[in-house]
Ligand binder design. Structure first.
Ligand SMILES: Nc1ncnc2c1ncn2[C@@H]1O[C@H](COP(=O)(O)OP(=O)(O)OP(=O)(O)O)[C@@H](O)[C@H]1O
Ligand SMILES: [Mg+2]
Ligand SMILES: [Zn+2]
Length: 540
């Protein structure tokens, strides 16, 4: 880090709760406690690095000991910052506020002595306050001394503990504290904060650049300020999003989109071009791959939450592009990409030639992209030899589904269990949809009567959930006619039978078997019909 890296963080350390970003729960509880004079003996602040643990501890200490500018004030959630105690605490010079950094004092015998000093009353302040940072690092002897004090707490002594590793703090200690779990700061407010600080420093930080910085800091304010420090020093003129990307060694998003699109299309040449472009401008192969992983993660979320997912780091244009890419990708591709990239990450990291390792990985992935999202090619080829399996030109895959004995009812909102499951899914009832597809054997659907036999592993709650859902979804009461046996195969079984039949036939084809040979261990687990997205039930 540049020598200036702590400058902004120190310069802008919040002195009152109002200046603190986030941490509302802590602020609210402490404020109420002070106002109602209901204080805990000890406070325990936990959370990741640089989110305000030490800062909050000091504000609390000031609030407890502040006497106001006239020296007559009561304790307050809004310390004046002017009285003797406020000033001394800010300057680390208050004899009644003892700050111990357990990380650098472990095992040192006098830590125990310092803690045992808690028997004595404060010299001049309202409270004697021990702020123990990284408390999980205390020695056994120190913890014992602490525990003794906490068991018989002197009235005018308070403890404020901070730690990044709560699990290493003995439960005997934790249970005697009022605990606050400090949160990571969200990307947008953190970016806005960085813009404000930059402005105070007389520099302009564009929104996109600020968002990239806050995204890279993973919610830690201190990290984000360190990065901003670095940017202010390293980028002398106008700070741009590109400048920040370059500083962080991040890949250019447009090239990243190109790379992903190439993989999706199975276009190895273009994938190579995109990688080389990034490599030339200084992006490390591992970084390129990590960026790709992030992209795949975001796309998967977009897909899983039907477009209702945003990443603060995106600009409007990027957001649009992301939605487009998510639509173009199937869930199967996304999860397969994720797995291959995740596995490849280790290879690239360990390789003596990371660029080559990345390129080889891209070849592997772009081939799988071809297979996953363009199975048409394979299917088309297979079709010539397997007219029984793949009907043409109709895209539906005909398979060996047993003939159903379902009577099509007049006008219920669903004609079969597949449609019922879809209905449930549309209404956000994923679990129910899952169960409908796997646990029900349909016998008949008639006017508001649903007759089926449940599978052995069906949950006991299924019929109750179904009754409730049917009434909710159709506005009418349904009767469930539950039989012990009989009925058609479950939707899931039907799918499996179909897939198995198709796969068996596919595997026999020369083209497919040669592809399988090229990817040892590879399995075909999904075949999509030409033109349509979902394999649909034949209607009759
Ligand atoms: N919630 C916050 N609001 C505003 N600034 C913050 C916040 N948290 C941290 N900072 C900034 O980061 C600097 C470091 O914060 P602080 O020392 O409180 O972090 P910490 O949580 O104790 O981290 P560590 O675990 O590394 O000790 C502060 O001086 C301040 O500039
Ligand atoms: Mg700290
Ligand atoms: Zn004060």
């Amino acid at each position: 880090m540049a020598p200036t890296s702590t400058v902004l963080a120190r310069k802008y350390r919040p002195q009152v709760f109002d200046d603190l970003l986030g941490q509302e729960a802590l602020v609210q509880t402490i404020t109420n406690g002070i106002k109602q004079n209901k204080l805990a003996q000890a406070y325990l602040l936990t959370g990741i690095r640089g989110i305000g643990k030490t800062t909050s501890a000091r504000i609390i200490a000031k609030g407890l000991n502040c006497v106001g500018p006239d020296g007559k004030g009561e304790m307050t959630p809004n310390p004046c910052g002017k009285c003797r105690h406020c000033l001394d605490i800010t300057n680390d010079a208050d004899i009644d506020v003892i700050e111990i950094d357990a990380a650098s004092n472990t095992g040192v015998e006098n830590v125990r002595e310092i803690i045992e000093g808690a028997k004595y009353n404060p010299v001049s302040a309202r409270f004697k306050i021990y702020i123990i940072d990284e408390v999980h690092m205390l020695s056994k002897a120190a913890f014992n001394a602490l525990l003794k004090t906490l068991e018989e707490p002197p009235e005018r002594v308070k403890f404020i503990f901070a730690t990044t590793e709560i699990r290493k703090v003995p439960v005997t200690i934790v249970s005697r504290c009022q605990r606050f779990d400090l949160k990571r700061i969200e990307e947008k407010p953190l970016a806005e904060y960085l813009q404000k600080i930059a402005q105070k420093e007389g520099r302009d930080l564009p929104e996109e650049a600020a968002l990239i910085l806050s995204h890279a800091s993973e919610g830690s304010v201190r990290d984000s300020l360190s990065l901003l420090d670095q940017a202010l020093v390293q980028i002398p003129a106008d700070i741009s999003a590109d400048g920040i990307r370059q500083m962080l060694g991040l890949a250019d998003k447009t090239i990243l989109f190109d790379l992903y699109t190439a993989l999706l299309a199975g276009n190895t040449q273009e994938a190579f071009n995109a990688i080389n472009k990034q490599y030339e401008i200084g992006a490390e192969p591992v970084q390129i791959l990590q960026d790709l992983l992030n992209l795949v993660y975001d796309l998967t979320c977009l897909k899983a939450f039907a477009g209702k997912y945003e990443n603060a780091g995106w600009t409007k244009d990027e957001s649009k592009k992301m939605k487009q890419l998510a639509e173009q990708s199937s869930m199967a591709t996304l999860t397969a990409f994720w797995q291959m990239m995740n596995k490849g990450l280790e290879e690239v990291k360990l390789s003596g030639y990371p660029l080559h390792a990345l390129q080889m990985l891209m070849i592997r992935i772009s081939y799988s992209g071809q297979i996953l999202d363009n199975p048409e090619n394979l299917i088309k080829q297979a079709q010539n030899c397997a007219p029984m399996v793949l009907s043409s030109p109709a895209p539906t895959i005909q398979a060996t589904t047993p003939v159903e004995t379902v009577q099509i009812p007049k006008e219920p909102p669903f004609k079969n269990l597949a449609e019922l499951a879809n209905l449930a899914r549309q209404k956000g009832q994923r679990m129910l949809a899952f169960n409908i597809e796997r646990m029900m054997r349909l016998i008949a659907i008639e006017d508001k009567v649903l007759c089926f036999s449940p599978t052995d592993n069906a949950p006991k709650t299924l019929s109750a959930e179904l009754t409730r859902f049917l009434e909710q979804a159709t506005g009418e009461k349904w009767v469930l006619d539950i039989q012990k046996s009989g009925g058609a195969p479950t939707e899931q079984e039907k799918k499996e039978q179909k897939t198995a039949a198709v796969l068996e036939n596919l595997k026999k084809q020369e083209d497919v078997s040669s592809v399988l040979k090229q990817f040892p261990g590879a399995k075909i687990d999904k075949v999509k019909p030409i033109q349509t997205e979902i394999i649909e039930e034949p209607e009759e």
